[in-house]
Write a protein that binds this ligand. Sequence first.
Ligand SMILES: [Zn+2]
Length: 203
Amino acid sequence: MWLMGADAESGGIDLLDEFAYVARALAQHGWCVDNAGNLSRLMPDGSIIVTGAGTTMAEVAVDPGRSLVHLSAKGEKLAGYYEPSSEILAHLLTYEAVRESRPHITALVHTHSPALLVWASLEPRPKLPEDKLPKGGIAVNPYFPPGTRELADACAEAAAEGASLIVWEKHGVIALARTLSAGLEMIEAAEELAEAAVYADEA
Ligand SMILES: [Zn+2]
């Protein structure tokens, strides 16, 4: 099985379990309707494992081995049933942007969580409690169509400036973390803060 080599290099973490666990949580949150959202891990050899284009989070949860694609550091497909996620360029450029400054960033979680999107659309944006924000804070990118170079470049730029959580306006959010689970937790915590801020704004 092609993932076994990657498993051996990841320090004993069972990557399939990690993908399945986070995909299940995202599906249960209802943040990844249809095939929205994507996950990736950067391997020690620079290669990348990413969810396949068109796969749903429920599918990743049930059958991660079939739902994942293994890519070289340059993004060439090494193994996998599907083509890589349509947001693969954003993943590749974001890893590249933090490779020197934050080498511990080896997981990206992209999802369509609603509260952060509402929060980002408000003018002025309600303040979020800074002590509870992820290190590097939350950046907000203007809207670019999904899967485009412009979206990927804007995301990589915000990552290079130190953001750990980046909202793609009118689209979704991406978390930069050590593990997929840590990325999931970061988004869950930020969603709570955003929800509280949005309700307070309406009051
Ligand atoms: Zn998306």
